[in-house]
Write a protein that binds this ligand. Sequence first.
Ligand SMILES: CC(C)(COP(=O)(O)OP(=O)(O)OC[C@H]1O[C@@H](n2cnc3c(N)ncnc32)[C@H](O)[C@@H]1OP(=O)(O)O)[C@@H](O)C(=O)NCCC(=O)NCCS
Length: 183
Amino acid sequence: MNTKSSQFNYRKATSADIETIKAIIVESVHGLGSNDYTESQRNAALGSAFGLDTALINDKTYFVVEAQSEIIACGGWSKRKTLFGGDRQAGRQPELLDPDTESARIRAFFVKPGWARLGIGRRLIELCESEALEHGFHSTELVATLPGHRLYRACGYIGEERLEYKLPGDVAIHFIPMKKTIF
Ligand SMILES: CC(C)(COP(=O)(O)OP(=O)(O)OC[C@H]1O[C@@H](n2cnc3c(N)ncnc32)[C@H](O)[C@@H]1OP(=O)(O)O)[C@@H](O)C(=O)NCCC(=O)NCCS
């Protein structure tokens, strides 16, 4: 584990954290996503592609990261089919995945500006992959933002093809599907 990332407290998110998590997502997307996405892309994605999926909190597969007692990041994994997006994203698939034949999902990583590049994202991936393994999965997959792609590539995820997704308001955005074998 990165020594910097180990100074933080990683715990499971609860419903009491929901409003704080929503605020962190907004700050993170505007603060760390502005080199890759325009303001209209960021605003269109917030609340849809970049929203909180409360199913992960109910499933106890979503983490928050604390510095002292302040929540500074969040991220998780899922045993359900939905690949990305918050509660209001269209096309949600709550069905459970088959760990023998399907990949666990890595979902919704957001770090507060000012806390980036301290190894928090990498540590969250380690925690998620370890739990997915314990649940019998052999691989993980995700749909990365362009900032997220840099993190996931550094963590061994494969995938370079930028796909265009339509957001509310007919705004287009690029994401990158990525996958990794875990063992
Ligand atoms: C993507 C994100 C979660 C990364 O979190 P993070 O805690 O800063 O990532 P880490 O510090 O663990 O980075 C681990 C490695 O990933 C790579 N990496 C992460 N961010 C990078 C960046 N901005 N530029 C280049 N490489 C980067 C580096 O190899 C880094 O290792 P290093 O710092 O030792 O060079 C964060 O930038 C973020 O919240 N972005 C905005 C929201 C978003 O797009 N989330 C992704 C949803 S799919």
